[in-house]
Design a protein around this ligand. Structure first.
Ligand code: C2E
Ligand code: CA
Ligand code: CA
Length: 737
């Protein structure tokens, strides 16, 4: 095996030698120099895989060296080192990436051997599948732009020398394939495979760009329509894990093409003839490009959007007019520039930029994708900040059409593992989610008056019963035949009487404990469309299940899907672990609709914490700090209401509880429990801290279309009219209604 080559340029000999020892230890061949002139000589003759450059040197600074490297179209991986602040290093890294240099990372001095090793070893090209490697290595020097003439490019279009490679995009959370980006290449008869940066500008400046784009449309749609039609993909059509009909194809569009209506009319026809829905195509525009003729491009882009095509703003974060573009043009996706993503591991600033782009896009309702994911760390960082999609060498390099199937088949088991880890992440480790599931299962039992409701999560080999309510789920065997049938069915599976159903009559679940007679299972989907489990209702007696029951069960399943998708931070109040206002306002309207269908009465209780007035005769009694008070009150509420009730902290000192299927009796009982707990709490509290509150109650009339805001407004009015309740005072329903 040939050793990798590293060339170091640093004016501090000691640093250079340290870098050399670390690299040699990792089996690198190393040369070092303190002179920029010598550096460029070695670079030309030795073609190193990596170069490490100090940013600040007497005589020539690192930025100039980098500008020269860009001029020479250097393909080596560049590691920037320096004692300057992180911010400067990051800026240098980004500027180098923008110049088309291949930035391997930044290394602030002083550095540890481990951090340098990570930059060198983690990025060794051997780690990637050599077959999928598309960019030329440093051994093959890149041709110069000046070597290529326009006549040749013209010929290339006629002789079919241009071809398209496809780079996969995946869903961050699940690892599932989301689609591909089409990236053009030129198979040059003399110079070999050429990257687009070498000839796109030529095409743009000589009126050939539309012909080039058209060629990319033609080739990529041909491939895409065939790939998605199952036959070539080698995947069975009923494999719900890889729904090919949802995949998207991203195509880069030059700004100059945005004035060419004919080009897009041709594309629309092509889509129609290939049976590709416009929603599956995403046009990527760089943020500066869309600005060039603002009026014309806005016009064409809006029309394309209206036809259903999607628009992505590419390289976001590098241009000057990012924000303006985002608001002005009808984008559906934001693509975070790779210069931030590549440097994310080492740069806090890059991470901050990525996170704010993701948040901004989400607040505008746009999907986000990050490109340039080269390491596992950057993928998991993107996951934690909620980025939707990911693309980069760590996932896959751009590949030939013929390589895609093999890649995908190889990928499947990996995705399965990720999906399982994903399930473990959300289900088992997240206690608050567990509580939320349990609440829904209790609600299911109330709505259907059924002894057992279960959420079961399934993958190819396993099944987990989560948050059952009713039977002891521990007793159920892993192979739950009913769920196996339900998961492959398109609709809700209903087995009204298992003992007379051929599929189940002899099943041990039916003939022995738990003696299942009735089963209803509704499929659950994750955000990415994956089917991940079932919401099941189980009874030991045969039952009938009406169309209305089915629609209630489906509605309830949507609520479970919410819980599966929601991140605890977004819907929970971090101090009390109750729902926060957002969590409450998303869930309760669905619950109210469900209750109207049944019909069930709901009661909304609104609590406003009050401070206890100073009482000079009773000076030991004091107010607890507002936060402690809220946390303690939250605990009192949780212990006083039923598990199926929805309790939330709407503001610092404001709480709400929605009691489901509550009659007056139930409300009275709950308030009694609260009074008793309040008194016990005051007594147990050595410092004599007391919690006081006002209460307003609003009861829903299932015959009326009363929504949450109506119930809240009525409770609010009553709350203002009510007296303050102290520990020891009886709370009565009548007083607050
Ligand atoms: P782009 O649209 O930003 O495309 C992403 C580029 O990043 C691709 O380079 C891709 O190979 C590279 N890339 C992907 N993952 C990683 C990664 O993890 N690390 C690093 N360092 N790079 C990664 P490529 O294929 O050389 O394309 C360069 C540019 O050429 C594209 O940048 C795009 O602007 C342009 N281009 C490519 N195909 C077309 C086309 O059909 N039409 C037009 N107008 N422009 C195209
Ligand atoms: Ca792109
Ligand atoms: Ca890009």
């Amino acid at each position: 095996m040939i050793n990798r080559r590293l060339l170091i340029l640093d004016d501090e000999l000691l640093t250079a030698q340290t870098i050399r020892s670390i690299a040699e230890f990792a089996s690198f061949d190393v040369q070092l120099t303190t002179s920029p002139e010598e550096f460029f000589q070695i670079l030309e003759n030795w073609q190193p895989h990596f170069v490490a450059i100090d940013l600040i040197m007497p005589g020539m600074d690192g930025l100039e060296v980098m500008a020269e490297l860009a001029r020479r179209q250097c393909r080596s991986r560049i590691i920037i080192t320096s004692g300057v602040g992180n911010r400067v290093l990051d800026a240098a890294g980004r500027s180098a990436s923008e110049h088309g240099l291949n930035i391997g990372g930044v290394l602030p001095k002083p550095f540890t051997p481990a951090s340098l090793r990570a930059l060198l070893v983690d990025q060794l090209p051997e780690k990637q599948d050599p077959e999928l490697k598309s960019t030329p290595g440093p051994q093959e020097p890149m041709p110069d732009r000046s070597e290529i003439g326009i006549a040749e490019l013209h010929q290339a279009l006629l002789r079919n020398e241009l071809f398209v490679m496809y780079q996969p995009k995946i869903v961050c959370q699940s690892g599932m394939l989301a689609g591909f980006e089409a990236l053009v290449r030129w198979h040059h008869p003399r110079l070999g495979e050429l990257a687009p940066d070498l000839f796109i500008p030529l095409a743009e400046n000589n009126g050939l760009i539309d012909a080039l784009t058209n060629e990319v449309f033609r080739q990529s749609l041909d491939w895409f329509s065939e790939f998605c039609s199952d036959t070539r993909s080698g995947l069975s059509p009923d494999d719900s894990r890889q729904d090919l009909s949802r995949l998207t194809l991203s195509i880069n569009i030059s700004a100059l093409s945005l004035t060419n209506q004919e080009l897009f009319e041709g594309l629309i026809k092509l889509c129609r003839s290939k049976n590709i829905e416009p929603q599956r195509l995403i046009f990527e525009l760089t943020e500066t490009s869309a600005m060039e003729d603002p009026v014309l491009s806005l016009d064409l882009l809006t029309r394309l959007r209206m036809k259903g095509f999607r628009l992505s703003i590419d390289d976001f974060g590098t241009g000057f007019s990012s924000m303006l573009q985002l608001v002005r043009l009808p984008f559906s996706e934001v693509k975070v520039d790779k210069s931030f993503v590549i440097t994310a591991r080492d740069s806090e600033e890059s991470r901050a930029v990525i996170k704010s782009i993701v948040d901004l896009s989400h607040s505008l309702g746009l999907q986000t994708i990050a490109e340039g994911i080269e390491t596992e760390e950057s993928l998991s960082y993107l996951k934690t900040i909620g980025c939707d999609l990911a693309q980069g060498y760590f996932i896959a390099r751009p590949m030939l059409a013929e390589q895609v199937n093999a890649w995908l088949l190889h990928q499947e088991p990996v995705q399965e593992v990720q999906r399982q880890t994903g399930l473990y992440d959300v289900q088992i480790l997240d206690i608050s989610r567990e509580i939320r599931f349990r609440r829904l299962m209790r609600l299911a039992r109330r709505l259907f008056d059924i002894p057992a409701a279960v959420i079961s999560l399934v993958d190819r080999d396993h099944q987990w019963f989560k948050s059952g309510s009713g039977f002891n789920m521990q007793g159920l065997p892993d192979d739950m035949t009913f769920c196996n049938h339900a998961i492959i069915s398109d609709e809700v599976l209903i087995v009204e009487d298992a003992s007379v159903d051929q599929r189940f009559a002899r099943n041990p679940l039916v003939t022995k404990e738990p003696h299942i007679r009735f089963y209803a299972g509704c499929p659950l989907q994750a955000m990415d469309g994956n089917r991940i489990g079932l919401l099941c209702l189980i009874d030991r007696v045969a039952r009938s299940f009406s169309a209305a029951d089915i629609s209630i069960l489906s509605e309830l399943s949507r609520l479970v899907e919410y819980e599966l998708a929601a991140r605890a931070v977004d819907i929970n109040d971090p101090q009390t672990q109750l729902l926060n206002q957002q969590g409450f306002e998303i869930r309760v309207p669905i619950v109210l609709t469900l209750c109207r269908h049944r019909p069930l009465v709901c009661v909304l209780l609104l609590f406003q914490l009050e401070s206890v007035p100073d009482n000079e005769n009773d000076s030991d009694i004091q107010n607890a700090s507002p936060n402690t008070q809220a946390v303690e009150f939250a605990a009192l509420l949780q212990n006083s209401f039923r598990g199926s009730d929805f309790i939330a902290r709407l503001a610092d000192d404001r709480f709400a509880a929605l009691l489901i299927g509550a009659n007056e009796e139930h409300g009275k009982l709950a308030l009694k429990r609260l009074t008793a707990r309040l008194a016990a709490h005051a007594q147990a509290n050595a410092r004599g801290e007391r919690i006081a509150f006002r209460l307003g109650i609003s009861e829903s009339d299932p015959e009326q279309e009363e929504d949450l805001s109506f119930l809240l407004a009525r409770a609010e009015r009553r709350l203002h009219e009510s007296k303050v309740t102290y520990p020891g005072t009886e709370i009565s329903m009548e007083q607050h209604v």
